[in-house]
Design a binder for this molecule. Structure first.
Ligand SMILES: [Zn+2]
Ligand SMILES: [Zn+2]
Ligand SMILES: [Zn+2]
Length: 153
């Protein structure tokens, strides 16, 4: 966690921004809830527990700044709420999402599965992929299990 904060701190500094205590508090909440896709309000509620003096506008501006610097990605999973998704450390491209149309769960595939496709785009289109979004809509394993439980009853 500290190593990642340090790395993001340097990323900010390289662009001329400081990691102020408010920004750091916001960042820590994002890191602690990495597998969740929090809305600005969610982040605000969690940041407030640690830093009660912080305002929603500050949290919102911090999230926008982090999105601009590509530390987080602003996502929309179809419920009309902007959610902030921390970019992983390991892959230079954005991870993939499995979005359940029944329960609304959003699971992540952290591995980049598009490598072969990116190679092919380079070969056939002379196109160099910098990033991508891949979200699948479907029915998750939890809902599938519930379905088969019902059938076997
Ligand atoms: Zn995600
Ligand atoms: Zn990729
Ligand atoms: Zn589901």
């Amino acid at each position: 966690m500290e190593a990642r904060i340090e790395k993001i701190k340097q990323q900010l500094q390289a662009q001329g921004y400081k990691l102020t205590p408010q920004r750091e508090a916001t960042l820590r909440v994002l890191l602690e809830n990495e597998e969740d896709h929090l809305s600005a309000e969610d982040v605000f509620m969690l940041v407030k527990e640690k830093a009660p003096e912080i305002g929603l506008a500050t949290v919102y501006r911090t999230l926008e700044l982090l999105a601009e610097l590509h530390v987080v990605e602003k996502m929309n999973f179809g419920d009309g709420v902007a959610r902030y998704d921390l970019r992983g450390d390991t892959s230079k491209h954005h991870h993939h999402h499995l979005i359940c149309v029944q329960c609304g769960a959003v699971d992540e595939i952290l591995e980049d599965w598009l490598g072969p496709l990116e190679d092919r785009l380079a070969r056939e289109f002379n196109f160099h992929v910098l990033d991508h979004r891949l979200d699948f809509q479907g029915v998750c394993h939890r809902c599938n299990n519930e379905e088969s439980d019902k059938k076997s009853e």
